[in-house]
Design a protein around this ligand. Structure first.
Ligand code: GTP
Ligand code: SPV
Ligand code: MN
Length: 601
């Protein structure tokens, strides 16, 4: 390995030590001194580097080559079966005080935590290569763009970040010569991939992340949840912008009027699918385009919110993805994709539950075991993922590289709720919308370890990702609203309401266009709605349901409010706010009282 990569050390731009670069070099030196790698490899994101790392990964079984004809230039990675999702109980926000981390985060004292991590990292890369990855989050010319450096001993991380971020010289250029330039320090080591020694620690005051003991997704691609959301949200509050767990999509009418919409749904609750929506035939001439599928950074310009997608690729849920549910995703992952924890067929293709066509008669499951359709185990892990460049997306929005971002007309909150929450409704105003976001809840999914299907409050889909006190986060939302002269309208959606038979009442996926259309109508001042205690609700004829085979009763049920359920819901809001121990802003408490009064409670 040593012989093949020397040209990259030190990389162009960092060799001519400027004050800013020197800080990076000093830090790399410090980490190398601690971890004792055999060599240090500076990554530049080039094709040559990729080819080299892929070849090494194939040799070491980090990657498995797939059938070149079926999925060109694509690979399968199997993570350790003990390491298949984010681990919230191992994730820490190590602010100076516990209060700063707030009631929803695990906190540990920064000095002590650094000490513990130093011990774990001491000699951890002996005999291994330490990769240094410079990367940029956000379009190169965006005022919101952020620089990160991730040190890692995992080739899978390097190859994934190469897809997920803008890697290499672009970041060094942006770093420039300013010694006070802001950049994130990320350190990752696999250690022995032991859940007992797995910690994902954030030090927002130092713009630093240290992650050990995992090789999986959100735990180790430090650009994503760690930087773009946890550290990002902390910086956003200080710098008066917003870092949110939101997809961003564009929707254009046949007449060419275009709106952008941002939507916050918890993990595995439909962001990627909504961001890639293809309108049904009835909506001929309507076009939906993707700006981002997971994270939105928003800033105020001219009294409006403008959003950029900080990422450069998608780390998406595989199971359930098919030409029926999401043709754009299928197009995106047809080549140049890293698959994690899906099944491998005998002809070198990938397979998962919910893929089009018949299951293969035989395959190797995500753990590497023999699998047939008779097996009791799933072939692909429920949280198996694809990593694919956003350039692969046939519906990529043309303004995805626009540094100033795209103007947001509507913000949508949504969760996975079998009952209570209607298909769609609109907040009365910004503050009421903040209340909807702050009290949203969702049934838990396989994206994080732990029980699945348990209703939990997940404010703004940020419960696992807010890098500071949730009460201050709510206040930040309220404060942003005060600065907007043209705020986005705020909505809540629920694709997942179930009927008495336990089946989804709403067909979802492409048919969500019908809900999106109503939202756009409302933004343009057209769509009809009835005032209800929870917000503006469409009546069945306000939604365009033409050519949709859906039972009238199902529509009534989808749009209905069950007073008994809402009584419980409002009690749950109170319980949640109370559980936060007095940090909830007065304005939101008032909103809750008004909601309760609307139900004569
Ligand atoms: P993360 O990447 O974890 O943040 O997930 P996400 O929010 O991007 O969710 P994604 O779009 O990957 O969808 C997760 C799961 O929900 C998949 O199994 C989808 O098939 C399913 N899903 C997405 N949209 C819908 C919908 O409109 N209706 C139904 N019933 N299921 C959906
Ligand atoms: C999520 O869980 O919201 C994800 C996947 O997007 S991960 O990157 O693992 O956090
Ligand atoms: Mn996500």
């Amino acid at each position: 390995m040593k012989n093949l990569a020397p040209a990259i050390f030190p990389p162009k731009g960092i060799g001519d030590a400027t004050p800013a670069n020197k800080a990076v070099l000093d830090w790399v030196h410090e980490i190398a001194t601690l971890t004792q790698p055999e060599n240090v490899f500076w990554c530049d994101g080039s094709e040559r580097e990729k080819d080299f790392l892929v070849a090494e990964s194939l040799k070491q079984n980090v990657l498995i080559e797939l059938n070149e004809k079926k999925v060109p230039r694509s690979y399968l990675h199997r993570s350790s079966p003990n390491d298949v999702a984010r681990v919230e109980q191992c994730t820490f926000v190590c602010t100076t005080t516990k209060e700063e981390a707030g009631p929803t985060n695990n906190w540990s004292e920064p000095g002590e935590t650094y000490g513990k991590l130093r011990e774990l990292l001491s000699g951890a890369m002996r005999g291994r290569t330490m990769f240094v990855i410079p990367y940029l989050m956000g379009p190169a010319d965006s005022p919101l763009a952020k620089i990160g450096f991730e040190i890692t001993d995992s080739k899978y991380v390097v190859l994934s970040l190469r897809i997920m971020t803008r890697m290499g010289e672009i970041a060094l250029k942006r770093l420039g010569n300013d010694p006070s330039a802001e950049w994130n320090r990320g350190v990752h080591s696999l250690l022995d991939v032991n859940p007992e020694r797995r910690f994902i620690c954030h030090f927002p005051q130092d713009n630093t992340i240290i992650s050990v003991g995992s090789g999986y997704g959100g735990n180790v691609l430090l650009s994503k949840k760690c930087l773009a959301l946890r550290i990002g949200s902390y910086l956003a509050r200080k710098q008066n912008w917003m870092a949110e767990h939101m997809l961003i999509l564009g929707v254009e009418s046949p007449e060419g009027r275009k709106h952008y919409v941002a939507a916050a749904f918890p993990s595995a609750c439909g962001k990627t699918n909504f961001a890639m929506l293809i309108p049904p035939a009835h909506f001929q001439g309507w076009k939906v385009t993707t700006v981002g599928d997971d994270i939105g950074w928003m800033q105020i310009r001219d009294g409006r919110l403008y959003a950029v997608n900080p990422e450069n690729g998608y780390f998406g849920v595989v199971p359930g993805t098919s030409y029926k549910s999401n043709p754009n995703a299928m197009g995106s992952i047809a080549h140049d994709t890293i698959y994690t924890n899906v099944a491998l067929t005998d002809d070198g293709d990938v397979w998962w539950e919910g893929k089009d066509g018949e299951p293969p008669a035989h395959a190797i499951d995500w753990r590497g075991n023999e699998w047939t359709p008779q097996s009791s185990e799933k072939a692909a892990h429920p949280n198996s993922r694809f990593t694919t460049p956003m350039r692969n997306n046939p519906a990529l929005d043309p303004d995805v590289e626009k540094g100033e971002g795209v103007p947001i007309s509507a913000i949508i909150f949504g969760g996975r709720r079998s009952d209570t929450v209607p298909l769609v409704y609109q907040a009365f105003d910004w503050d009421h919308g903040v209340y909807l976001g702050s009290t949203m809840a969702s049934e838990t999914t396989a994206a994080a370890t732990g029980a699945v299907g348990r209703v939990r409050r997940d404010p703004m889909a940020m419960l696992p990702f807010c890098g500071y006190n949730i009460g201050d986060y709510f206040q930040h939302w309220l404060d942003i609203g005060k600065q907007l002269t043209n705020p986005p309208l705020i909505f809540n959606v629920n694709w997942f309401r179930k009927g008495a038979d336990g089946k989804f009442l709403w067909p979802g996926f492409g048919e969500n266009m019908r809900v999106l259309k109503w939202i756009i109508d409302r933004c343009e001042g057209n769509g009809g709605a009835l005032k209800s205690p929870i917000g503006w609700l469409p009546s069945p004829h306000d939604l365009d349901l033409a050519e949709l085979h859906i039972d009238h009763n199902a529509v009534d049920e989808l749009l209905g409010l069950d007073h008994e359920e809402w009584q419980k819901e409002i009690a749950a809001h109170k319980e949640f706010f109370d559980s936060l121990g007095g940090v909830v802003p007065e304005e939101l408490q008032k909103q809750r009282e008004q909601l309760a009064a609307g139900f004569d409670l």
